[in-house]
Design a protein around this ligand. Structure first.
Ligand code: ADP
Ligand code: X2W
Length: 302
């Protein structure tokens, strides 16, 4: 069916009404810093990754300062498989030996980092890809994990190799890029006191960065609508006490535990709020920030 001039006029009026209704939200976030964690799973889906690039470019155009921290778990796994290296996970963290950390750095700060920057650049903004090593952004230390044997109750330490956690964030390089109108795109790799390279979980890196820059929002894009209750219903807002209770009750499990804990830590360390939201929904970032139907689970600072 061909469009009539009236169809075109009505369509234009609808679009203008949508733009006008976003005004209070645009005003609310103008000048704010928003950290977005963009996971490796979402990158493989073309229409979602293009929509993501457009959302970030649009945020920048309307005066928000987006900072992107990306993952790349599936991309790392694919490369390790091609090289016939097997990786194992403990509590969602990839046990990383010396040979692997070199490859992981190549994948994260090489191909994945440039792909994410390119998505945004193609949408008309200017993104610059860096890793946590650049400008001394992420100083890291070895992460340790202890497990308690169920029978003997004896605790033992697990060696995750070159898996790190941020010990210090120096955000100067971010301010410098933001000050020049650029969008930082960060690969979650950090440097240790002895110059070692550490593989850092991307959620953890995003949480630490959002705290250090006092982000007004940390948006954690994932593959579920947010934190779900025992009936699979979305929990719109979660407090620290509630989160703790649900973790202890085994209602929040697996990869959602470190995600929720990262959000709680981020708001303790300076982020104003964190949201866990569904990255499978096209334009998830715009929906969250600029519409009434803000989705996902909100975790507020006190
Ligand atoms: N209460 C919960 N609400 C939502 N997801 C949960 C919950 N408990 C466990 N999960 C699991 O956590 C997963 C998200 O964590 P993860 O797989 O690490 O995400 P990502 O790869 O996006 O970082 C969900 O796909 C789901 O399987
Ligand atoms: C220590 C650790 O597990 N690091 C992650 C880093 C990438 C990541 O976190 O990617 P996603 O966000 O796509 O899962 C890894 O090696 O897979």
């Amino acid at each position: 069916m061909t469009e009539t001039p009236q169809d075109i006029r009505e369509d234009g009026q609808r679009q203008a009404a949508i733009l006008a209704s976003a005004l209070p939200y645009l005003r609310r976030y103008a000048g704010d810093t928003i950290v977005v964690k963009y996971g490796g799973h979402a990158m493989g889906v073309d229409h979602l990754s293009n929509a993501f690039g457009h959302d970030i470019a649009l945020l920048k155009l309307v005066g928000v300062n987006p900072i992107i921290v990306h993952g790349g778990g599936p991309q790392i796994s694919a490369m390790l498989e091609r090289l016939q290296l097997r990786s194992t996970f403990i509590d969602g963290l990839r046990v990383t030996d010396a040979a692997m950390v070199e490859i992981i750095e190549m994948v994260l700060s090489g191909s994945v980092n440039k792909q994410v920057a390119d998505l945004i650049n193609r949408a008309g903004a200017l993104a610059v890809g860096i890793s946590g090593k650049d400008g001394g952004l992420i100083r890291a230390r070895k992460l340790t994990r202890t497990v308690r044997d169920e029978d003997s109750l004896i605790e033992r330490e697990l060696d995750l190799g070159f898996v790190g956690e941020p010990s210090k964030i120096d955000p100067r390089v971010l301010y410098s890029l933001l000050g020049s109108g650029l969008i930082p795109v960060i690969a979650p790799v950090g440097v240790g006191d002895q110059g070692e390279t550490f593989n850092i979980n991307a959620d953890t890196a995003a949480g630490a960065i959002s705290g250090a820059v006092n982000a007004s929002r940390l948006l954690m894009l994932t593959d579920v609508p947010g934190v779900l209750d025992e009936n699979g219903k979305l929990i719109p807002e979660l407090t620290a006490e509630d989160a703790q209770r649900r973790i202890e009750a085994g209602q929040i499990t697996g990869g959602m535990i470190p995600k929720v804990e990262t959000c709680l830590k981020a708001v303790r360390e300076g982020a104003k709020a964190a949201v866990i939201l569904d990255g499978r929904v096209p334009h998830a970032c715009l929906l969250e920030l600029f519409t009434k139907s803000g989705s996902g689970t909100l975790i507020r600072g006190t």
